[in-house]
Design a protein. Structure first.
Length: 125
């Protein structure tokens, strides 16, 4: 897949309403994210990338790479990490730690409840 084709995926961002309590957000059904990929969700004033790697777990990170603001949701997912599509920085899905630079992105807990993805903002890492 070309960089241009992968960049076109950024239009797959989904707006979700922030809840009154500001702590947990229903992002929709898990089927919205194909296994092995990520999707971006606009939550209030930020965009969060949610990933569904082949192991079936769910992870959420701030969507913008700190290097050149690449959309991490458009990156390649594998081996417990996502690779930024712009310049190849690799971020650990569980922590947001960059594996090849001294940088990080914020990570968020996300859980699966009755087939729906729930983003937990109260436990921001």
């Amino acid at each position: 897949m070309t960089l241009e084709a992968r960049s076109a995926r950024a239009c797959w961002e989904t707006d979700v309403d922030s809840p009154a309590d500001g702590r947990s957000i229903d992002l929709g059904t898990v089927d919205a994210i194909p296994v092995g990929e990520g999707r971006a969700y606009r939550v209030g004033g930020k965009t969060v990338a949610v990933f569904r790697p082949r192991d079936g777990r769910l992870y959420a990170l701030d969507n913008r790479c700190p290097h050149r603001a690449g959309s991490l949701a458009d990156g390649i997912v594998g081996g417990g990490a996502v690779i930024c599509p712009l310049h190849g920085w690799k971020f650990e899905l569980a922590s947001g730690r960059c594996l090849n630079e001294s940088a990080r992105v914020r990570s968020y807990p996300v859980v699966l409840m009755d087939g729906r993805m729930i983003l937990l903002l109260e436990g921001e890492a």
